[in-house]
Design a protein around this ligand. Structure first.
Ligand code: NAD
Ligand code: GLY
Length: 369
């Protein structure tokens, strides 16, 4: 599908991290415009890492845009899916880098969603102890969350994103045109991460999302442009204060403790990450209510919005014991105690433990029987 014509200069949001600072460019028609990549470090070679779904759609355009900057631009197509976000697939990136004789200046380009972005980032962090990389996210979820902030990882059979590194890209290029080819389920999954920013930080943004949810689901370009920009601004603010999640950054995991349990409990790929996060936010909102941070009207409001975004609001019947067991593997757990991101008042979040009995009540209320 042809990309929309570039009609305005890209929006720019900056991640402020001292010498690791970088811009996020947001706009239509950026992928095949060489100017989008002007900030890319100089090198002889580049490797585009994509997958078997995204590469046929967009790799040629990116290769053309990069042709003047690099003597060689290789392409690697990984198998597509969360189930492939593992050590074996990561090794395919190292095989390609070594096979092409890549050096320490070789630039990796992650062209795809969060799975490709997380794996390429981890490969960049570890190949020859670190080579530059650029994120070119093509899903809504990746544009509003995973491509920004430098979390890279692969999954382990015992836990999601358990093996990884903090490693910042040099540049993020969000071409909004790519969102037009996303399957509807993937668009909804991305909306979960957009919605997240409201309750944790910006109730005015939550109001805006509520007003514009139908336009977002219909992929209205202006609505998507604002959603991506505001999400990146909020993420930039949080990451700029707490790059390595020593405290504040954990609020970006609202809904994720329950969500990760759903994902790994069902088997990676059964529910999409964003679907699990959407449903996990419903559960986390109920827990927040029980802990006194929000009222029932807030929980109802958030639940309806998540539903209107096309996301599941009832958790799978894994059983409370299994949920608790899975949630103890979460990276926020300390000494076996599960820690949740809860809303302590609308527009503000905190990390909190919760008595198992309360969590069991929430699971009983929010999961299929
Ligand atoms: P994904 O990468 O699996 O992409 C979703 C699907 O859409 C895939 O089949 C992909 O091939 C396809 N696709 C991608 N772009 C397309 C396009 N433009 N047109 C058509 N199809 C397209 O999933 P995702 O939701 O982008 O990312 C989820 C992953 O991101 C999870 O592994 C999650 O753990 C990770 N994540 C990481 C962070 C972080 O901070 N690093 C944050 C959130 C999520
Ligand atoms: N997606 C959560 C984070 O980047 O911290």
């Amino acid at each position: 599908m042809p990309l929309p014509v570039l009609s305005a200069p890209p929006e720019r949001v900056d991640i402020q991290l001292g010498e690791r600072s970088y811009p996020i460019l947001i706009g239509a028609g950026l992928l095949d415009d060489p100017a989008s990549f002007a900030a890319t470090p100089a090198a002889a070679s580049a490797l585009i890492v994509s997958n078997t779904t995204v590469a046929p759609l967009y790799a040629q355009a990116l290769q053309t845009a990069l042709a003047n900057r690099f003597r060689t631009v290789h392409l690697l197509e990984l198998p597509d899916g969360e189930v492939y976000k593992n050590l074996e697939t990561l090794n395919l990136i190292f095989d390609a880098l070594l096979g092409h004789g890549s050096d320490r200046k070789t630039v990796l380009f992650a062209l795809g969603g969060g799975v490709v972005g997380d794996m390429t980032g981890f490969a960049a962090a570890s190949y020859m102890r670190g080579v530059p990389f650029v994120q070119v996210p093509t899903t809504l979820l990746a544009q509003v969350d995973s491509s920004v902030g430098g979390k890279t990882a692969i999954n382990h059979p015992l836990g999601k994103n358990m093996i990884g590194a903090f490693y910042q890209p040099q540049l993020v290029v969000c071409d909004l045109g790519t969102l037009q080819t996303l399957p509807p389920r993937e668009l909804s999954a991305g909306l979960a991460e957009v919605i997240k920013y409201g309750p944790i930080h910006d109730m005015a943004f939550l109001d805006w999302i509520e007003t514009n949810i139908d336009a977002l689901v219909a992929r209205d370009p202006a609505a998507l442009a604002y959603a991506v920009k505001r999400s990146c601004e909020i993420k930039a603010l949080v990451v700029g204060q707490d790059e390595r999640e020593m405290g504040l950054r954990a609020i970006l995991n609202f809904g994720h403790t329950f969500g990760h349990a759903i994902e790994s409990g069902l088997g990676y790929g059964e529910w999409l990450h964003g679907e699990a996060v959407g449903c996990g936010m419903v559960m986390a909102a109920h827990l927040s209510q029980r802990l006194g941070g929000v009222d029932a009207a807030f929980v109802e409001r958030l639940t309806r919005l998540i539903e209107r975004a096309g996301l599941p609001i009832v958790g799978p019947a894994l059983g409370a014991d299994r949920y608790l067991e899975l949630m103890r593997v979460d990276k926020k757990s300390e000494a076996g105690e599960i820690r949740f991101v809860v809303i302590d008042k609308p527009g503000s979040a905190a990390v909190s433990s919760a008595p198992d009995a309360l969590v069991r009540e929430v699971l009983a209320q929010c999961c299929a029987g």
